[in-house]
Design a protein around this ligand. Structure first.
Ligand code: SF4
Length: 427
């Protein structure tokens, strides 16, 4: 039997992989800056109002950079109008243009678009083919340099540079110890990003203008690709699992892959590529990215609500309803709270289902409630900063607890903040 070594203590995340810092608009990426959350719209960019509204929603949800598709003339023409309207709303979130196949042409023919964007995303697998590839790539780099813009060189498993892949496959076939096809494909992903970055540097683009990504849809491949990419360079790194999928599958796969890489110190900006439900809320991908970073302890964005899963001791729905209501209330309130209550994102709230773990977990939170489980007396003790504060009873427990949370936030983070007054067991 293999011996399993158990570490004597929990070491925590590895030190961040030191990368070159890139400014994207007013947002620092890499070089030790906080890991940046970004997202992408799914509106037709030519639909100016629709795109403004979605960028604004993503920004309000906490996206610190937003990527938009620039796929044709109408989209490129719309970009400066979108930027202008966002600025008028006070939304300064950097915009990234996503270009494929004709980016060189659109950027050249729509200089206002090139100027309005803060970063251009280039896919080295489809920037151009055969003899045109190098010149079209050079055209984009030249425009980026002229406009002092950053670029992301984003290789993607689904549109990998086929000439490079074929070359590596041929070399592998002649090798004394050939690798399997997946390993060669992973190597092609890494080389595609690094060779394009080297080419951009030859064309005069400094390292502090480039962010690299190499997105794959399988978790183990993604981890291997990014580990190799990070080990071979110090470019700022954009992390993302491409085609992650819908709902829980997409969230789990992205969190597993990105969580491991972040723990290893790899990644300067992340995007969670979730497929939304038809008509679903695009901002969910921002929420997942924030929750991933916050639950791992890298950043704080919103107060965390700890809730037990419930079990046979919680036969009423009161506990689930309160947990959901508190969580929604906090998230909906955050845009205003950010300015009204500085530091409120560090708040921890607990909503627990019964006496087994309820009082204990509630004491660990800033404010927590232990609801009565099946057969318990209909009383809900509330704990504030580890001490019993009050016991709530009756049909208005949920509303009363919400009011206590608001009071706590106001006292702790409001303009006249002071330590909250603890009233012991005011039954
Ligand atoms: S705290 Fe109580 S209700 Fe919640 S999971 Fe534990 S035993 Fe069940």
């Amino acid at each position: 039997m293999n011996k399993i070594e158990i570490p004597s203590d929990i070491a925590g995340p590895a030190p961040r992989h030191l990368t070159t810092q890139v400014m994207v608009g007013n947002v620092a990426v890499g070089g030790g800056a906080p890991i940046v959350v970004q997202s992408m719209t799914n509106t037709d960019t030519a639909d100016i109002q629709g795109t403004i509204d979605q960028v604004a929603a993503l920004s309000r949800a906490g996206s610190e950079m937003v990527r938009i598709t620039v796929d044709r003339d109408e989209a490129a023409a719309a970009v400066p109008h979108i930027r202008e309207a966002l600025d008028k709303q006070g939304i300064t979130t950097p915009l990234i243009g996503d270009f494929h196949y004709i980016g060189h042409k659109l950027l050249a023919e729509f200089p206002a678009c090139a100027a309005a964007l803060d970063k251009y995303r280039i896919n080295p697998g489809n920037v151009g083919f055969k003899s045109k590839r190098d010149t079209q790539f050079a055209d984009i780099i030249e425009i980026a340099n002229k406009n002092n813009k950053a670029v992301r060189i984003g290789a993607n498993w689904g549109s990998l540079d086929q000439e490079l892949l074929t070359k590596l496959m041929d070399e592998n076939a002649l090798s004394a110890n050939p690798k399997d096809v997946r390993a060669v494909t992973r190597e092609a992903m890494v080389q595609s990003a690094l060779l394009s970055a080297a080419r951009a540097e030859e064309l005069g683009m400094p390292k502090n203008k480039m962010i690299l990504s190499a997105k794959v849809s399988a978790v183990q491949d993604l981890i291997a690709v990014y580990q190799t990419l990070a080990s071979r360079s110090d470019y700022a790194i954009h992390l993302g699992l491409t085609e992650a999928g819908m709902g829980s599958k997409g969230i789990v796969a992205s969190s597993a892959a990105l969580g491991i890489l972040l723990q290893q110190g790899i990644g300067d900006t992340i995007r969670i590529s979730l497929t939304p439900e038809p008509g679903g809320d695009r901002t969910v991908e921002v929420q997942v990215a924030q929750e991933l970073l916050q639950t791992m302890g890298f950043r704080t964005f919103v107060p965390l609500v700890a809730a037990c899963p419930g079990c046979g001791r919680t036969t009423s729905t009161t506990f689930q309803e309160l947990a959901r209501s508190i969580q929604d209330f906090i998230r909906d309130s955050m845009p205003g709270w950010k300015t009204q209550y500085p530091g409120v994102e560090n708040l921890n709230v607990a909503v627990m289902g019964c006496i087994v773990n309820g009082p204990g977990e509630s004491k660990h939170a800033n404010i927590g409630i232990s609801l009565p489980g099946t057969g318990e007396s209909p009383a809900a003790p509330v704990f504030v900063d580890g001490e019993k504060f009050r016991t709530l009873r009756g049909p208005s427990i949920a509303a009363d607890f919400k009011a206590l949370v608001i009071d706590y936030i106001d006292q702790r983070y409001g303009a006249n903040a002071k330590a909250p007054e603890i009233v012991t067991a005011a039954e």
